[in-house]
Write a protein that binds this ligand. Structure first.
Ligand SMILES: Cc1ncc(COP(=O)(O)O)c(C=O)c1O
Length: 407
């Protein structure tokens, strides 16, 4: 019997009952009547090559410490096949516990306490918390109204960053969470030129890189001319839903090799061996599964556009080019947004439209205000779920808005 493309879509394999048996934060933070479309976990089963690698390790009792360069080699193969990155620098890479710990450890190498780290809000909220916790100062260069990098704002922010301290950095989100923008190579080339001009070190978080959707092309920052002093963080965690299996890779540009060599040995004690095995299998052999996922996400992106037009015409969005995240402008719904002064916060903080959608529609979304400047009045919706759940969620949201306007 042949299997239709729909049956092979990883987003349609699991029922809500199966998903509700999961114990991760997506499924346990809220009561069971809530449809959780907030944190960046996907409603997919494990990719078969990843499950096989884990089963094999468990059968062998292969649960010790990680060793070697297999993760970097697997990323290198994937990067060559998918992004035409032919000379991936395995020798200039090192295992880190996860992307955010990798970001922090790289920032510790290239900046000093009190130095400025530029970010482009609205952006992944932990960029604020982790940078601040590492005693660096966050400096905002907000995205433009088209949600793309505002290169003039970056120029100005880099200039101010230099005034704050001697060794500033720019924490780039490539592709961008929460907007799903996939930065173009011409934009990244200007970033590199500005960074060189102002003496700013670029750290590129590329966790969503494998998730460029149909029509977009991901550019690894380290392949951009002028990016020799930069670092990138890569991981299988988002694309293959492996956040619970800790591992990631920090990669240095050629002129950053000496900095990478100063990475303290203890950082390499953080990644889990099972995480390394799972991520390695994903990059090495998870490409066909990823293609099926990308088809499913592309279809969900189109479905979401149609559902918003039908049920929530006042809500607008820029169709994401990558990731499984949609950044929805709810400012026209007339829901009071956050108190002035509310800033970036933890991912589960709720205010404004996200609070209303949880209370009145029983749909959990991420609240825009935690993503920094420009986030209030927005919500982030995770569409890595089945078309059925997506349809039910947006229908509920539309009904809740209808009841508010009627009441
Ligand atoms: C842009 C970005 N960076 C980092 C992370 C977290 O990655 P990790 O769990 O490897 O620290 C996420 C998770 O959603 C993310 O979206």
């Amino acid at each position: 019997m042949s299997v239709s493309a729909g049956d092979r879509n990883p987003l349609t394999h699991l029922t809500l009952d199966q998903l509700r048996r999961r114990t991760s934060v997506k499924w346990r933070l809220h009561p069971p009547d809530v449809l959780p479309l907030w944190v960046a976990e996907q409603d997919v089963p494990l990719a078969p090559p990843v499950a096989d690698a884990l089963r094999h390790a468990v059968d062998l009792g292969d649960t010790g410490y990680p060793h070697g360069t297999a993760y970097a080699e697997a990323v290198g193969g994937f990067a060559a096949r998918r992004w035409d990155w032919a000379d991936f620098p395995v020798g200039r890479s090192t295992l880190v516990p996860d992307v955010m710990m990798g970001v922090v450890e790289v920032l510790r190498l290239v900046t000093d306490p009190g130095d400025a780290v530029v970010v482009c809000p609205p952006v992944y909220p932990p960029f604020y918390a982790f940078v601040t916790h590492a005693d660096r100062r966050v400096l905002e260069a907000p995205l433009g109204s088209d949600l793309r990098l505002d290169l003039a704002a970056l120029d100005e922010a880099f200039r101010r960053a230099r005034a704050v301290g001697d060794r500033p950095a720019f924490l780039l989100c490539n592709p961008h969470n929460p907007t799903g923008v996939v930065h173009r190579d011409d934009e990244l080339a200007v970033v590199a030129e500005l960074a060189a001009r102002h003496g700013v070190r670029v750290v590129s978080d590329e966790i969503h890189a494998p998730l460029a959707l149909a029509g977009a092309r991901f550019t690894p920052y380290l392949t951009v001319p002028g990016a020799e002093h930069a670092f990138a963080l890569l991981s299988a965690s988002k694309a293959w839903n492996l956040a619970g299996l800790k591992a990631a890779l920090a990669v240095a540009g050629p002129a950053a090799a000496d900095d990478l060599a100063r990475m303290p040995e203890e950082v390499g004690h953080g990644p889990s061996h099972l995480g390394v095995l799972a991520h390695t299998a994903a990059f090495r052999a998870g490409g066909s599964w990823l293609d099926l996922l990308l088809d499913g996400l592309d279809a969900n992106r189109a479905l979401l556009g149609a559902l918003l037009a039908e049920h929530l015409p006042e809500v607008s969005w820029h169709r994401p080019e990558g990731t499984f995240l949609a950044w929805l402008d709810c400012t026209r719904l007339g829901v009071p947004t956050e108190a002035p002064g509310a800033g970036p916060g933890v991912a589960s903080d709720l205010a404004g439209p996200a609070r209303m959608f949880l209370d009145d529609a029983r749909v959990a979304l991420s609240s825009g205000h935690v993503f920094g400047a420009g986030g209030a009045g927005f919500v982030r919706l995770n569409f890595a779920t089945s078309p059925a759940v997506l349809t039910e969620a947006v229908t509920r949201m539309g009904r809740a808005v209808g009841r508010r306007s009627a009441g």
